[in-house]
Write a new protein. Structure first.
Length: 457
């Protein structure tokens, strides 16, 4: 690798350490003679953690004796699209590094080695990548999970509890039948598991005292051995447990403790094909990173949040269109929050640096969410969050009338459905806009849009 490429790898090292499993790429590198047999054997056979193996791998490719080229590394990361997002990050960093120097000649040092890799005929891998748990059989469960979450996000709390209760009764009734099909029992166990997860998530959204959260978690944990894919359910359980731990107000290290559980969940995720469940691990991690960002709004943490959101969306992209749309837009709203300096509940973060480019990025995200394709089926809770971030956008560009209009809509939804944590921030935003109104007219499209929402509610 040349100087710019080595620099790019070093700059992206923390991101690589967080996300790369070297077992997925070392066989490819060995087949193309980019790592030696001894290095391959060492990395595949070491009884160490994923992160430790990843650090050894990085030490090797950054050493003077390394045969690994930059383009060869990118090709390995992109093989079967396993780590495309890491390859993109490396490539973008390398372009940035090259653009900032006048040394164009060094940029092309490894062109010949690159062509040799790209021009080799496509062959079957001599050593197969680590087998990942397929999620094809969980497509129906993912759809059930999303439908249950929509009940919660549309404030149909009684309906959700009623449906969850029926699923629970059906599961325990079927489980006791000795002549029942085991696959049917497992499917009902999966449904019961995701209903408990949804009830748990509803408690977090309402931010109520978690007196009964332990009961939900305990029952989820007890169900894991009876589900179709225990590793997947274990991953979900650990991520939800991390979320619960992070909410312990008496623990000063609560968020860090919660993130520790997320690391265990992410370790499971590395052995599961990307989808709704693995994406939710990164969604929950995003929430916890937001809480750290509120106390330390550094540019590094902001970048980490945005990267985590991108990873989560790439996992959701593997689902069906309706499931993907539902999951993607909730992360896009969080992305807009991050760009505009808002915390997880819409509170304005103090001492956060917001550049003009951030405001532009936020507007692009807002416009994307408002497209008919993305907006279709938007739940009340997501609408509340969206109206809040749109109100904040208009406040930051000085259009106080439109800001107040959207803030009022967000506040109405938060108040009506008792989302108390968000309510205190929508109320604060609305009250602050009272004395800042300008004689700016809302567009006809804005007015009709809000009228439609009032009627639909």
């Amino acid at each position: 690798m040349n100087k710019q490429e080595l620099s790019a790898v070093r700059k992206v090292t923390p991101f690589i350490l967080d996300n790369l499993d070297v077992k997925d790429i070392v066989p490819y590198l060995w087949q193309h003679d980019l790592v030696s047999q001894s290095v391959t054997d060492e990395l595949l056979e070491l009884n160490e953690t994923r992160r430790s193996k990843c650090q050894r791998f990085l030490n090797y490719i950054l050493s003077v004796d390394s045969k690994c080229t930059f383009e060869g590394l990118l090709s390995a990361l992109r093989f079967k699209s396993v780590h495309n997002f890491i390859a993109d990050q490396l490539q973008n960093e390398c372009v940035t590094t090259v653009d900032s120097t006048d040394d164009i000649q060094e940029q092309n040092v490894d062109v010949h080695s690159t062509k040799q890799i790209d021009e080799q005929p496509r062959k079957e891998m001599l050593c197969q990548n680590v087998r990942k748990i397929e999620i094809v059989t969980r497509k129906n469960i993912s759809a059930v999970s999303v439908k249950l979450k929509r009940l919660s996000h549309n404030a149909q709390f009684d309906t959700l509890k009623n449906v969850a209760s029926k699923i629970k009764r059906a599961y325990y009734k079927t489980r006791m039948k000795q002549n029942g099909k085991i696959t049917s029992k497992m499917f009902l166990a999966d449904m019961h598991f995701v209903s408990l997860e949804t009830l748990f998530g509803m408690r977090r959204e309402q931010y109520k005292n978690f007196e009964d959260a332990h009961d939900y978690l305990q029952e989820m944990n007890n169900l894991i051995p009876f589900t179709k894919d225990p590793t997947i359910c274990s991953m979900v359980y650990l991520s939800r447990l991390g979320s619960a731990v992070a909410m312990e107000t008496q623990n000063a290290q609560a968020v860090d403790d919660g993130l520790s559980y997320l690391q265990f969940a992410k370790e499971h995720a590395e052995h599961i094909s990307p989808g709704k469940d693995t994406g939710m691990v990164y969604y929950i991690e995003t929430n916890l990173l937001f809480e750290k960002y509120e106390t330390n709004p550094s540019s590094e943490m902001k970048t980490k949040i945005l990267n985590t959101i991108e990873i989560g969306m790439s996992h959701f992209a593997e689902e069906s269109e309706d499931v993907k749309r539902d999951l993607k837009r909730q992360l896009m709203i969080k992305m807009a929050y991050c760009y505009l300096g808002l915390g997880i509940f819409g509170n304005r973060i103090e001492n956060v640096a917001i550049e003009n480019s951030d405001v532009v990025h936020a507007k692009n995200v807002i416009d994307c969410i408002e497209t008919s394709e993305m907006w279709d089926g938007m739940e009340k809770r997501r609408k509340m969050l969206f109206y809040h971030v749109k109100a904040e956008y208009y406040r930051q560009i000085g259009n106080m009338d439109l800001s107040r209009m959207y803030a009022r809509q967000a506040n109405r939804l938060a108040e009506k459905y008792h989302w108390t944590k968000e309510l205190q921030n929508t109320s604060s935003l609305l009250n602050g806009l009272g004395s800042q109104a300008k004689p700016t007219e809302a567009t006809e499209e804005d007015i009709y849009h809000l009228l439609d929402e009032v009627v639909s509610d």
